[in-house]
Design a protein around this ligand. Structure first.
Ligand code: GTP
Length: 336
């Protein structure tokens, strides 16, 4: 919204090219010694529970979650504020073997992020065995030497105590195999809220001493447009199958308070484009007589209104960006 500009640089004094730790100059938020601050990033195979865990730690819905794998594309930070510390969570896209140009860019982004954060935590869902996808990620992590590494067994509510025990042993063995020394191995359930607070304590303890990096109460430094686009994409993903989830990209074209409205009855106009790659996908997205698009619009609107606290008029257009995942020019246009 126009009256609350949100650019990462303006909030923290940091521009995207700088190292994340350049602004650490010792001392606490209020000059007190012992205050800790820093950045942590969750990695893990698609659907490992990274976004859900970020939300549970921050205590608010700041990144989208979805049952479709690989739906996280933008780096959105959630910020945990505590009297003794500030933990900034950098939510990365799932690290995976690149198959398209988009995949390669995402992996580059992930690797750069890993080298810049203080702690990288890899999520292994407790209800699934460790597999080749996990091994690939851990091998990539092992190359990033400086960063402290933590292992998290996620979704423990879906596993028996015996399974969890074996899972923790497997994680320890994988560390030994790859030469990674886990600073912690922590079982959690973000859904049930089990051990989330403990995880917060453990992550904070691994941060260096440093000043508060963001103002009190700020939960995320993603521009509002980016969060709104993610909420629309989340709604658009509902119920779609096969390769279509990966073909959807959302761009907010315009967002602003409507003029001539009484002060106590504001209305936020949002015009957004939903991009797909092919004509057939456009048909699916729109649905019979526009029914599906209307549902996507009203679902997204409810989420956006809840997030921003303002009534919203949402105008959605479906457009085709042919094979955008493989086209560098289109990728740039769509913000990748
Ligand atoms: N039962 C249970 N389900 C969970 C838990 N954490 C996440 N889930 C579910 O697992 C699915 C994937 O969770 P996400 O948080 O979106 O996973 P992600 O790792 O961010 O996924 P990508 O964006 O694909 O990388 C969703 O359906 C979540 O509701 C948990 O602690 N318990």
């Amino acid at each position: 919204m126009s009256e609350t500009p949100t650019t990462p640089g303006s909030r923290s004094g940091r521009t995207s090219g700088e190292r994340l730790d350049d602004h650490r100059a010792g001392g606490g938020a209020d000059g007190s010694a012992g205050f800790r601050s820093g950045f942590a990033s969750f990695v893990g195979r698609p659907n490992a529970g990274k976004s859900t865990l970020t939300n549970a730690l921050v205590g608010s819905k700041v990144v989208i979650t979805s049952s479709k794998p690989q739906t996280t594309r933008t780096v959105v930070r959630g910020i945990v504020h505590r009297p003794d510390s500030q933990l900034v969570l950098v939510d990365t896209p799932g690290l995976h073997r690149p198959r398209t140009l988009l995949g390669e860019r995402l992996n580059d982004l992930v690797k750069t992020t890993l080298a810049e954060v203080d702690v990288v935590a890899v999520c292994f869902p407790a209800n699934e065995k460790i597999g080749p996808g996990d091994r690939f990620i851990v091998a990539e992590m092992a190359k990033v030497r400086r960063t402290t590494k933590v292992a998290i067994a996620t979704k423990t509510d879906l596993a028996t105590p015996e399974q969890i025990g074996q899972h923790l042993l497997d994680i320890a063995a994988l560390g030994a195999e790859t030469g990674i020394e886990w600073a912690e191995i922590v079982p959690v359930s973000a859904q049930a809220g089990d051990q989330v607070e403990l995880l917060q304590d453990l992550l904070v303890a691994l941060l260096p001493t440093g000043p508060q990096l963001y103002p009190d109460g700020e939960l995320s430094d993603a521009p509002e447009e980016a969060i709104v686009a993610e909420l629309i994409r989340e709604a658009a993903l509902e119920g779609v199958r096969d390769e279509l989830p990966h073909s959807i990209a959302v761009v907010v074209e315009e967002m602003g308070l409507r003029e001539d409205r009484p002060e106590d009855r504001p209305l936020l106009d949002i015009h957004a484009s939903v991009f797909v790659e092919r004509d057939s996908q456009k048909g699916i997205m729109i649905g019979h007589k526009g029914s599906r698009l209307r549902k996507v619009g009203s679902d997204a609107r409810v989420q956006i209104e809840a997030l921003l606290g303002t009534p919203v008029y949402l105008d959605l257009r479906v457009k085709i960006a042919k094979d955008w995942q493989r086209d560098p020019r289109q990728l740039r246009r769509l913000g990748f």
